[in-house]
Design a binder for this molecule. Structure first.
Ligand SMILES: NC(=O)c1ccc[n+]([C@@H]2O[C@H](COP(=O)([O-])OP(=O)(O)OC[C@H]3O[C@@H](n4cnc5c(N)ncnc54)[C@H](O)[C@@H]3O)[C@@H](O)[C@H]2O)c1
Length: 261
């Protein structure tokens, strides 16, 4: 039997890590609803799901808007009959300091990156409780532990995700709902391409910038979305049944020390 047969999952974000997690869970037998705002990416993922005959439905939603999350989650729950797993991967990554980031951009970052985790729990926890438990996996970042300059809103949101993960883990432990976070280093996704173009200009050779980013990691490379998806799937599985409230770094050693000789 496939590992996630009979499980029902909700994933936010239809590119990068969200896409990889949704495909991993669906290929392992889960019924998966994916919420996304990127129309082209939503369509591409839905097409792939159909081509592979997966139980995967993509629903358009802005994950920072309560009504849109509620409608999309109600649709998914009605279609699949419940909810066992939430993986919160959607995020925005504004660049700037507290001086140069507008307050609107700061609040938007907090609403998308952190508010969405609140919203999916608000609507999802009662459904998990009905099924006797569940798992929530939140995508944070190494930037929630130690940060770069010039990304203060993003860093604030990622630190908040670590704190919210701990709070939710305590609040929902009696319901047998586990809550964990993942802190990746650099991973080959559109958000990292945005970083490459922000630092190197719109014409940047993405592969060579990725190699340079990779060289900053002790393992000498950036990560792949499928590697993060494998960790998310492990944390969402029954094998991780005693794990809650914790953050899990997947960063090629980036935050282990103060450099490689
Ligand atoms: N790629 C990396 O190097 C890296 C490193 C550390 C942490 N992360 C985290 O991993 C997670 C996934 O990012 P990714 O690397 O896959 O990048 P990504 O840009 O591919 O994924 C982010 C997704 O969020 C979606 N999104 C943005 N705003 C939204 C909204 N309002 N409503 C719905 N969807 C929205 C985007 O359309 C996109 O599909 C994020 O939380 C990110 O912060 C990524």
């Amino acid at each position: 039997m496939k590992e996630f047969q009979g499980k029902i999952a909700l994933v936010t974000g239809t590119t990068g890590i969200g896409r990889a997690v949704a495909l991993h869970l669906a290929r392992q037998g889960a019924s998966v609803a994916v919420l996304g705002i990127d129309v082209a990416a939503n369509a591409a993922l839905q097409d792939l799901g159909v081509a592979e005959a997966l139980a995967l439905v993509v629903l358009h939603a802005d994950v920072s808007v309560p009504d849109e999350v509620h409608v999309a989650m109600s649709t998914a729950i009605a279609r699949f009959g419940g909810l066992d797993i939430i993986v919160n991967s959607a995020a925005v990554h504004p660049y700037g300091t507290a001086e140069t980031t507008s307050f609107e951009a700061f609040m938007r970052c907090m609403a998308v990156n952190v508010g969405s985790i609140h919203l999916t729990a608000e609507f999802g926890v009662p459904e998990m409780r009905k099924r006797g438990g569940g798992v929530i996996v939140n995508l944070s970042s190494v930037q929630g532990h130690a940060c770069q300059s010039g990304v203060s809103a993003y860093v604030a949101s990622k630190g908040a995700i670590h704190a919210l993960t701990r709070a939710m883990a305590l609040d929902f432990a009696a319901d047998r709902i586990r809550v964990v976070s993942i802190s990746p280093g650099s991973v080959r996704t559109p958000i990292l391409e945005l970083a490459a173009r922000t630092f190197e200009g719109p014409e940047a050779d993405i592969e060579s910038v990725f190699q340079r980013f990779g060289a900053a990691h002790p393992l000498g490379r950036i990560g792949e979305p499928e590697e993060v998806a494998a960790l998310a799937a492990f944390l969402a599985s029954d094998k991780a049944g005693f794990i809650t409230g914790s953050d899990h770094r997947i960063d090629g050693g980036l935050t282990a020390g103060i450099g490689v000789r």
